[in-house]
Design a protein. Structure first.
Length: 281
DNA sequence: AGGATAGCCTGCGGGC
DNA sequence: TGCCCGCAGGCTATCC
């Protein structure tokens, strides 16, 4: 499920494999996945890819030179979205649910394969903008600070009078961008904080612990190239490896890795949540 | 303010 | 074997 580590993994791979390639043409197979102008030009036909950008779970494919005035599109992977880089002459693993294809060429006009946006459940999508600056102003301005960009304890303490649970707060992209159900549960376990705890009961020391835990979990997940539960693949089509390191997510009823007691599960912030009653206070 | 609910959509696994 | 049902996850909208 693409959260920050999965999207960052894809961003890095696209930076290595897509940057410098030019869009020869665009095939829009299912137009309704695109919001905004749906012309080939708005979908970057004729431009050369620069370094992709990311904020939280959102990715921006930016044309050279990559500044605020460069052409850009936003891609959100939602639940099941994939951005797959297919080499010339290669066949993608699957061709169903491919909604957009960018046909790629090098500066000499040689075939460099395709980039595919595939999204079976269609919770994701593509948004077109005149410029990267407009994209940031329209789509990223409402997001909180990126969870991977720096400490978030000060940000969390802004909610010190809130009755909302710490889990629901972590999942709110306007508070902190990039955390989803997996990494919220993993970070809360690592920090020893119960997901149901109201924000107003979070002590400053615990906010620091949670910020540190979040950073540590996200770093380890990026190093493992994300978590593949079902749909997530890197742009090379590979699975991530961090699912093997999950301590609580998906482990309801199994023994806590720290104390051995069976892990508790319930619904917190409208999401299935797993925690240890003994280790998380 | 924020909790609850529904909706979007597909695929999978459990139960029968 | 096959059908039905529930559920998974990210996000938005609506109602209370």
């Amino acid at each position: 499920m693409p959260e920050l580590p999965e999207v960052e993994t894809i961003r890095r791979e696209l930076n290595a494999g897509l940057r410098g390639l030019r869009v020869r043409s665009v095939l829009l197979r299912r137009p309704e996945v695109v919001t905004g102008t749906r012309t080939p030009k708005a979908l970057l036909r004729g431009t050369t890819f620069g370094e992709p950008a990311r904020h939280g779970k959102q990715l921006a494919l930016v044309a050279e030179p990559g500044d605020e005035s460069a052409a850009a599109i936003a891609v959100h992977l939602g639940m099941s979205g994939q951005l797959l880089l297919v080499r010339p002459g290669e066949a993608p693993a699957r061709v169903d649910h491919v909604h957009v294809e960018w046909i790629l060429e090098d500066s000499a006009g040689g075939d460099r394969g395709r980039l595919l946006f595939r999204d079976p459940r269609r919770f994701g999508g593509v948004w077109t903008f005149p410029t990267f600056g407009a994209l940031r102003a329209a789509r990223w301005a409402e997001l909180g600070p990126d969870a991977g960009a720096g400490p978030v304890d000060d940000r969390l303490l802004e909610f010190k009078s809130s009755a909302r649970s710490v889990k629901a707060t972590l999942l709110d992209q306007a508070v902190i961008a990039g955390v989803g159900n997996i990494y919220a549960d993993e970070a809360l376990f690592e920090a020893g904080i119960r997901p149901t705890r109201p924000m107003r009961r979070l002590r400053p020391k615990e906010a620091v612990r949670l910020s540190d835990a979040l950073r540590a979990v996200l770093d380890r997940a990026i190093a493992a190239r994300g978590s593949t539960l079902r749909d997530y693949r890197t742009s090379a089509g590979d699975q991530g490896g961090f699912q093997l390191q999950h301590r609580v997510y998906g482990r309801a009823g199994q023994p806590c890795v720290r104390c051995g007691a069976p892990l508790q599960s319930g619904v917190v912030g409208q999401r299935t949540t797993v925690w240890c009653r003994g280790c998380q206070k």
